[in-house]
Design a protein around this ligand. Structure first.
Ligand code: SF4
Length: 80
């Protein structure tokens, strides 16, 4: 959910629980071609991963890692 970015309005309760709020957004919006492995690892430990992924899919978030899935992985889910 990337609480420290201004890309999307975030519910306050999410901000409090989002691990990415503590690590910074850089991991979650890597340069094209960079690894998203570190971001995904952080997401795996995040309590709101499911809500975050649902939010990203609902709001059609195209960039970055959300809820442990990369842009490509979310795209595959949307096409199902
Ligand atoms: S699941 Fe990942 S992107 Fe979503 S709030 Fe947690 S750490 Fe951030």
């Amino acid at each position: 959910m990337h609480a420290d970015t201004t890309l999307t309005p975030a519910a306050p309760s999410w901000k409090e629980q989002a691990l990415c709020a503590q690590t910074g957004a850089d991991f979650f919006f890597p340069e094209p071609g960079s690894s998203v492995r570190d971001a995904k690892r952080i997401c795996l430990m995040c309590d709101i991963r499911t809500d975050c992924l649902e939010y990203a899919l609902t709001h059609d978030e195209r960039f970055g890692v959300w809820g442990g899935l990369s842009e490509k992985e979310r795209g595959r889910l949307r096409r199902r």
